[in-house]
Design a protein around this ligand. Structure first.
Ligand SMILES: [Zn+2]
Length: 72
C-alpha cells in the first residue's frame, strides 16, 4: 500500500527519511530496516498527528473504492 501524505516534515523527519533512503539502509538487514521504519512511525504518531489522521482518513476510502470495483 502506498500513501501520499501532504505534511511538512520537521528536521527530525528529514533526518530519518534520509537515513531510510540511504544506500546503507537499503542494503541493511531486514531487522534493522524495520527497526528504523518503526522509529519513524513512532515519531510521526507522537509529533505529527495530522499524518496519522490522514492515514486513518485514507484507509476506509480505499476500501470503498475496492468494493465499488467489485460490483461493477
Ligand atoms: Zn517530524
Amino acid at each position: 500500500m502506498k500513501l501520499f501524505l501532504d505534511f511538512i516534515p520537521c528536521k527530525e523527519c528529514n533526518t530519518m527519511m534520509n537515513e531510510l533512503c540511504s544506500p546503507e539502509m537499503i542494503f541493511a538487514d531486514p531487522k534493522k530496516r524495520s527497526d528504523e521504519s518503526a522509529k519513524f512511525l513512532r515519531h510521526l504518531t507522537y509529533n505529527h498527528n495530522e499524518v496519522v489522521q490522514a492515514v486513518l482518513d485514507n484507509l476506509p476510502k480505499q476500501k470503498r473504492d475496492q468494493e465499488f470495483d467489485f460490483f461493477k
